[in-house]
Ligand binder design. Sequence first.
Ligand code: 13P
Length: 253
Amino acid sequence: MAERPYIVGNWKMNGTRAMLSEARAIDRAAQRHMKVEVALAPPYTLIHAVHREVEQIGVGAQDCHPGTDGAFTGDISASMLADAGAKFVIVGHSERRMGHGESNELVRQKAQAALSASMRVIMCCGEDAETRKAGRAIQFVTEQLTASLPEMADAAEKLTVAYEPIWAIGTGNNATPADITEMHREIRALLVKLYGEEQGKAVRILYGGSVKPENAREILSADEVGGALVGGASLTADSFMGIALAAGDPLDN
Ligand code: 13P
């Protein structure tokens, strides 16, 4: 991969101000490991505080509303997130698609809203266990992404795709490097089809689902893996930076 590996922590619904010390420790460690691009997506309530505490790492949000402003109680727009210091938004996470009934079309609108607010987008996709068992994982992810990816002219430049099989999230059962590479190659082919050769090849494709310091080197060394989207193991600086260090020191294939 020509670009630096991209290691993103998704804190999900975890973290109060007491966790700012972890964000600071992650930032300090990231300053010593510039071979890797490190970012954090804390909950909304910590975005501004983390943004103010850190110098090196990117700060982003876990979701956004598709609109710009208005009477949407409890929602937050992409431009509000940018104002708080966020530089990217994660959209289409399976915990939002399933837990909040988000359709592909809504995810696409959210991605477009983030791009319109000059933010980067991490677009999540991934199949459930039944779909994989039925041998339909590639077809499912291809269709999901086709219907979720934004169509704007500059979309690819600001886009990262994260393949996160639902059965691997928070379970300790990561996908095998061979399965990850197989899926990422299909995603790459789709990106090239949608955005053209040059743009489609420049999009980073991350893997997420039970990435830990112990399995990170093997996963991140797999072909077509541009980094990782990390949940549970991003909550402490020690485990998260263990993953980032592995990303900067891949296995020789
Ligand atoms: P875990 O790393 O806890 O499996 O979560 C992955 C994830 O959902 C990141 O977005």
